[in-house]
Design a protein around this ligand. Structure first.
Ligand code: ADP
Ligand code: ASP
Ligand code: MG
Length: 472
């Protein structure tokens, strides 16, 4: 039992079932709203209604930036660094008016407007620094990006208070402690768990509001957890607080059999095991960030994925013991690079693979799929930021080839790889496509194939039609 004794203000944490009991015997929940769920004041009010309906559970609300704002901030940083002050001014004005607009209908918007205005002054200062220096370090980049979530939560908090909720706004950088890996910082769980428990004292009837995605490095600088990282913040908070449930509110009805933007007939998967959800997220189902599942697994916290525009509609519950049989879903991931290392020195040489992988580790680049033969190793990576340096370093071990514009298709389902007629069927569906690599057995719940990126969406549609059309 994981319990929180509000009188002692301490937590007992053991593995297994988690219940966060607060005064009155209620259980805490974490609600995360993505960008489209907080895109404007109407969407924000809908999100707040979802939180208000569950106010007895002492909810902690984690918010993303308004839809599109993180992309705007990325482009602002680039424009400022390039010295394009005219475009910066234009885009900045749109950003300002979107946020001002989101509080302008409040009866007394003065306080919110002045908070927003000082945040915009701060951001303006950072951007003019970039224009002067003509250089944007990863540290400054994260400082700029963090404004998206800081602005959105400022608006949400103002609207929550105006609607009569007992709402408290917390700066997540006070408790989300990370390393200094700017743009993809790694949380320090020991420090974060303690800081979260010190900062958040949930109580019945109170709504905590905080930012997803952002954290703080040991030297005090702002960091981010990587694109889509607000989901991760939600489960980190849920695990730290021993929440009974984490709800991810988004723009689709849960995790579907495939990306509904690509496959028209995709439908909601009602339940998934943590492992299935993690594989899907890792291999492209961006509806949840790849790291989201990990904090929830250890304590067995259910993660629900729901649609803000259809709160009572179909949704996905990710929880222990909910893996089904057969194929569950198909994910696709673009921008994959395949790196081949060929060397006769690999023959009978031990330690060869470890030296190869050490190069990837040194450049903080994780490897997705691997295939080896007597004289060659092929690996895929989804982060090509350091590919040039990796290739240079690998050249000491053999001839290195790089193939860009690849994609991974991942079919998730228990023991798929054990069924050879299923594999034959998959390859038959893809017979007109050049399948470059297949990974069958590494996890018993996924079958992954590397295909040309340009073929990905068609391949997903074909496979979906074959394995998910009614009657199969
Ligand atoms: P949010 O802003 O709420 O975090 P995201 O845009 O990050 O939302 O994720 C939701 C999107 O994920 C959906 O609109 C959908 O296009 C995409 N997606 C990809 N794969 C899947 C899948 N298997 N199920 C549902 N959505 C998926
Ligand atoms: N706002 C960030 C992004 O767009 C984080 C998130 O939405 O989860 O990547
Ligand atoms: Mg997201």
């Amino acid at each position: 039992m994981v319990g929180y004794d509000s009188s002692l203000q301490t937590y007992q944490s053991t593995k297994g079932r988690t219940t966060f009991e607060i005064a009155g015997g209620i259980t805490l929940i974490v609600l995360k709203f993505g960008g489209t769920s907080v895109a404007d004041r109407n969407r924000m009010d809908a999100a707040l209604r979802i939180a208000a309906d569950q106010i007895d559970a002492g909810p902690v609300l984690v918010s993303s930036a308004l839809a599109g704002v993180t992309d705007t901030l990325i482009s602002l940083a680039a424009l400022a660094t390039a010295g394009d002050t005219e475009s910066v001014a234009k885009s900045f004005a749109t950003l300002e008016s979107r946020h001002y607009e989101a509080v302008s209908d409040l009866e007394d918007p003065v306080d919110a407007l002045s908070r927003l205005s000082s945040l915009f002054d701060e951001l303006r200062g950072l951007l003019s620094g970039l224009s002067l220096l003509k250089e944007c370090s990863p540290r400054t980049y994260d400082a700029v990006l963090a404004f998206g979530e800081i602005l959105s939560t400022t608006v949400l908090h103002a609207r929550a208070v105006a609607s009569g909720l007992d709402a408290l706004l917390l700066d997540s950088r006070d408790f989300m402690i990370t390393d200094s890996g700017f743009t993809a910082a790694i949380p320090d769980f020991d420090k974060t768990n303690k800081a979260v428990r010190d900062a958040i004292r949930p109580s019945k009837g109170r709504l905590y509001i905080t930012q997803g995605f952002i954290g703080r490095a040991p030297n005090g600088a702002t960091t981010t957890l990587g694109r889509g990282g607000s989901d991760y913040t939600a489960t980190i908070l849920g695990a730290a607080l021993g929440a009974s449930e984490v709800q991810i509110w988004t723009d689709v009805n849960g995790i579907m059999t495939s990306d509904p933007r690509v496959v028209a007939g995709a439908r909601t998967v009602d339940t998934l095991s943590y492992e299935e959800a993690a594989e899907l997220a890792y291999f492209g189902a961006k509806v949840v960030h790849p790291s989201t599942i990990q904090p929830a697994i250890e304590l067995g916290i259910p993660v629900l994925v729901k649609n803000t525009s259809d709160p009572d509609g179909p949704f996905t519950a990710i929880k222990t013991g909910s893996s089904g049989t057969g194929i569950r879903a198909i994910a696709g991931k673009k921008r994959i690079t395949l790196i081949n290392i060929t060397s006769s020195r690999m023959l009978n040489a031990y330690g060869f693979l470890s030296r190869i992988f050490a190069v990837f580790e040194q450049h903080r680049t994780s490897v997705d799929l691997v295939a080896t033969s007597e004289v060659s190793v092929s690996v895929t990576v989804d982060n090509n930021a350091h590919v040039d340096q990796i290739v240079d370093d690998l050249k000491q071990y053999g001839t290195v080839g790089v193939e860009d514009d690849k994609a991974i298709i991942c079919l998730v389902g228990k023991n798929l790889w054990k069924n050879s007629s299923f594999i034959a069927e998959v390859l038959n569906c893809l017979k007109s496509i050049q399948v470059r690599m297949i990974s069958l057995g590494s996890s018993d719940i996924n079958l992954s194939l590397v295909v040309p990126e340009i073929e990905l969406e068609n391949a997903m549609r074909t496979l979906h039609a074959r394995f998910f059309s009614t009657g199969t």
